[in-house]
Design a protein around this ligand. Structure first.
Ligand SMILES: *Cc1c(COP(=O)(O)O)cnc(C)c1O
Length: 382
């Protein structure tokens, strides 16, 4: 069967059709090697040194490139390493227009880059007019997260791609939250897709990883050069773990999303919850755009409890949910963005955006929904 005819779930297992070692193993074994024998001075060798490429990593990168519909994918030690590498495509005084609601680590990197002469404007990238107004002669790219972290704001990827193309900019999308199972930004016009593979792609809260997926051979050459130079590639064993995670991505995402939908509605029905942020609500401002560009809503929910005391009570009393940073794994997690992911924002900025001392973020896992709801119920009431 041709790869082009396979559905997403099948591709998660069989996207890299060239992968078949000499023993005929069903899975791709780990090639734990740093360096490779050259066959002769005039014989090109596929692999030479594992910083540049490694069979286990190549297999994973081929899989991710196919799933995202990109020309090539590169695997990094973390999502931040992937983003850092992508930013090195640009030279100061490059200017970027970025979503104002962003993963805290990405904001931190952008702040570091300001010291090197890069410039940034932060805006709701769901507002196309606002984005257009910020374009100046140094603007090189639009950087967007959709849905965003932690406020679940939705941006129209195709509309942003249109603005980018007309103005000679690149569009970079962090697709960590929805994964290619639900959203494929390259197909909507993005030039580069970033992933924290630590989250849903790996999916088991057991390893860190990152990806950059590009839409052209030209960009692939550039990223390959920078990645090899930086040396923040993903190690073979971690590649194996992420590949293994990807095999079950669709079944995990189905359960995670269905759990999230039920929990979001449960939270919304409570009098002691002031606001629930969830992209799957029909009255969410970005709902129509979500329906157009993605096929699911994922497992992320944020909410504002009525008081700081209630927020703390929930964090201290959950038993099935775990009070921990990160997201996207099989275990349900609950986190306190003010104290963790968004600690580096000023208090004023956090309060302006609603990331206050009553604000919590949930990443649903694959546990039984009745256990998850019962756990929240007891933690709220205790
Ligand atoms: C976690 C995360 C990152 C950073 O990835 P790491 O693997 O932790 O370096 C980037 N973007 C989003 C949306 C994330 O959730």
């Amino acid at each position: 069967m041709n790869k082009r005819d396979m559905k997403f779930e099948t591709l998660c297992l069989h996207a890299d059709e060239n992968a078949r070692d000499e023993w005929g193993t069903v899975n791709q074994p780990i090639c734990q090697a740093a360096t490779f024998v050259h066959k002769g001075t005039d014989v090109p060798s596929e692999f030479s040194y594992s910083r540049l490429s490694n069979p286990t990593r190549a297999h994973l990168e081929n899989t991710v490139a196919v799933l995202e519909g990109g020309a090539a994918a590169f695997a990094f030690s973390t999502g931040m390493a992937a983003l850092n590498c992508v930013m090195q495509l640009f030279t100061p005084p490059a200017h970027f227009i970025a979503s104002e609601d962003l993963y805290g680590g990405s904001l931190r990197l952008f702040n570091c880059l300001k010291n090197l002469g890069y410039t940034f404007d932060f805006v709701d990238t769901g507002d196309i007019c606002a984005v257009k107004k910020l374009i100046n002669k140094n603007t090189k790219a639009i950087y967007c997260e959709t849905p965003s972290n932690p406020l679940m704001q939705v941006s129209d990827i195709a509309a942003l791609a249109d603005v980018a193309k007309k103005n000679g900019l690149m569009l970079i999308v962090d697709n960590t939250f929805l994964t290619p199972y639900y959203q494929q930004p390259v197909k909507l016009g993005a030039d580069i897709v970033i992933h924290s593979g630590t989250k849903y792609l790996g999916g088991h809260n057991d390893t860190l990883a990152g990806f950059a997926v590009v839409n052209s051979a030209g960009l692939a050459e550039k990223i390959k050069y920078i990645a090899n130079t930086n040396g923040s590639c993903l190690a073979p064993f971690d590649c194996f773990l992420i590949e293994r995670g990807i095999k079950t991505l669709p079944v995990r995402m189905d359960r995670i999303s269905s759990n999230a939908e039920k929990i979001a509605h449960w939270l919304r029905s409570r009098k002691d919850v002031k606001k629930v942020y969830y992209a799957g609500f029909e009255d969410h401002a970005g709902y129509a755009v979500s329906r157009k560009q993605s096929t699911g809503f994922g497992g992320m929910i944020s909410f504002e409890a009525e008081s700081k005391a209630l927020a703390e009570k929930i964090l201290n009393n959950v038993k099935v949910f775990q009070y921990a940073e990160s997201l996207g794994g099989v275990e349900s997690l609950i986190t306190y963005p003010m104290m963790q992911t968004h600690k580096d924002l000023s208090e004023e900025e956090r309060n302006r955006r609603g990331i206050n001392d009553r604000f919590l973020r949930i990443s649903t896992g694959i546990e039984n929904i009745e256990d998850l709801l019962a756990d929240l119920e007891q933690a709220f009431e205790k």
